[in-house]
Design a protein around this ligand. Structure first.
Ligand SMILES: Nc1ncnc2c1ncn2[C@@H]1O[C@H](COP(=O)(O)OP(=O)(O)O)[C@@H](O)[C@H]1O
Ligand SMILES: [Mg+2]
Length: 457
């Protein structure tokens, strides 16, 4: 199992980077100890009621009281729905799996909708595995490598380690020799070797070598030579997602599929076996299930089949917490002729806790823009920020956030150090917002080729 310890986070990366980039300033929900939102905190501004509700959800998640239910964040575009979901993710910490997808991604992958959803669900369920690993730990006394006289063939060698109480010599195979070389291990280093995986970790340098400081540079971590046995058993805990276990065990794909990105579909039998195995581990006290969070943005893009899948999946005893977001009110459920609130079927709606976000005031918009400027390392003049805020109020928050990046490029190009009103004006003219774009298209409709009326000739 330990071969899967290296942190393998997401298979599909591109959309992810983009989406998170826009929310990189969000570090949590900005709540105080009694879960009350602070006006500005952890990158979060205003939207107090929604954040308070999200805080309650967070508490429920932490106490494991929300299984089988789901949360819907509803509100107009640019009111911080995604930001709040990210805030929840940040507050959960890195040991709780969090997966974010946009509903439309489900339709664009080279696999069926339900397979894509299943993968998303299983990425959001963590398995905390407890293992006893055997490790070798000590100070390197000597590394001796015997190179074959012919120059080719298998390298062999010996490694001498010591603690304050003993020393021991180990035979080295060529793989270990390569790892030692790669880690640049030298005499006097204190190292840890995982016997199962052969992974070598440099813990630091022996204090007795402190005088070599000049040679090794100043960033060296000097530590005491360890005491006790060189060979030890240590309990180790790591969390992997069910999906990671699926991929590794689905023989057709193999381990490398994780890095290739294209993982295709995983057989139902594989998943069944894994569920079985995990249940066994759980029984034996070797593993613990950690329900994570699955965030589905723009959820009105899902169709009726996906919704019934969600309904069923939430019933599962290993279900993650599902958080969805939408900016639609009453609309048609995709794949049907029926209308429903948020385009979500009633049986699913019934399970939801709904949080709504409201449009920002001018003051809030200014604060968010200021935080974004800081996040992007952009210095901006007071009047330029005021103009940007005005643009934000009249067009959209997201549009004005986008202008920060482009305005700062214009500023750099003229060798300025602070974004000025002029810079903003320039990019405002270059990049139109939606309202202007639509108006432009309407005004010139007749001149566009694709709008030539079809006549019955
Ligand atoms: N309350 C807030 N505090 C700080 N930043 C926010 C807040 N609300 C929204 N933002 C930022 O404004 C931008 C648009 O918000 P977003 O969450 O994408 O809106 P929505 O998902 O509702 O359309 C994002 O960059 C987001 O991080
Ligand atoms: Mg959004």
């Amino acid at each position: 199992m330990s071969s899967i310890v290296p942190k393998i986070s997401e298979v599909k990366d591109l959309t992810r980077i983009e989406r998170i980039g826009a929310h990189s300033h969000i570090r949590g929900l900005g709540l105080d100890d009694s879960f009350e939102p602070r006006e500005v905190s952890q990158g979060m501004v205003g939207q107090v009621n929604a954040r308070k509700a999200a805080g309650l959800i967070l508490q429920m998640i932490k106490e494991g009281k929300i299984a089988g239910r789901a949360v819907l964040i509803g509100g107009e575009p640019g009111t911080g729905k995604t930001a709040i979901a990210m805030g929840i993710a940040q507050s959960l910490g890195s040991n709780t799996p969090f997966t974010a997808i946009a509903a439309s991604e489900i339709f664009s992958l080279e696999m069926s909708k339900t397979e894509a959803l299943t993968q998303a669900f299983r990425k959001s369920i963590g398995v905390k595995i407890k293992e006893e690993t055997e490790i070798i730990q000590g100070e390197v006394v000597e590394i001796q490598i015997d190179r074959p006289a012919t120059g080719s063939g298998v390298k062999v060698g010996k490694l001498t380690l010591k603690t304050t109480s003993m020393d021991a010599i180990y035979d080295l195979g060529s793989k270990m020799i390569d790892s030692l070389t790669k880690e640049k291990v030298q005499n006097g280093d204190i190292i840890k070797i995982d016997k199962g995986t052969g992974k070598i970790t440099k813990l630091g340098r022996s204090i007795s070598r402190v005088r070599d400081n000049d040679i090794t540079g100043s960033k060296v971590n000097f530590i005491e030579c360890p005491s006790g046995e060189i060979q030890q058993r240590k309990p180790e805990v790591h969390t992997v997602s069910l999906h990671e276990i699926d991929v590794i065990n689905s023989r057709a794909q193999g381990f490398f599929a994780l890095f290739a990105g294209d993982i295709g579909e995983i057989k139902a039998e594989v998943r069944e076996q894994i569920n079985h195995k995990v249940a066994e581990w759980k029984e034996e006290g070797k593993a613990e299930i950690v329900p994570g969070v699955l965030f589905i943005d723009e959820v009105h893009m899902l169709d009726i089949e996906c919704f019934s899948f969600l309904n069923r999946a939430l019933e599962d005893e290993m279900a993650p917490i599902l958080i969805m977001a939408t900016n639609r009110g009453n609309t048609t459920i995709r794949g049907t002729d029926y209308k429903a609130p948020h385009g979500i079927p009633l049986d699913l709606l019934d399970r939801l806790l709904i949080i709504s976000t409201t449009p920002y005031t001018e003051k809030d918009i200014q604060k968010i823009l200021k935080i974004r400027c800081e996040e992007e390392d952009v210095d901006i003049k007071e009047d330029a920020l005021a103009l940007l805020t005005k643009i934000g109020v009249e067009t959209s928050l997201r549009y004005s956030i986008h202008l920060i990046t482009s305005a700062s490029l214009v500023c750099v190009k003229r060798k300025g150090t602070e974004v000025s009103v002029e810079d903003i004006k320039k990019v405002y003219d270059l990049f139109v917002d939606v309202k202007r774009s639509v108006k432009y298209l309407k005004d010139y409709q007749d001149e566009f080729l694709h709008n030539t009326p079809i006549t019955n000739a």
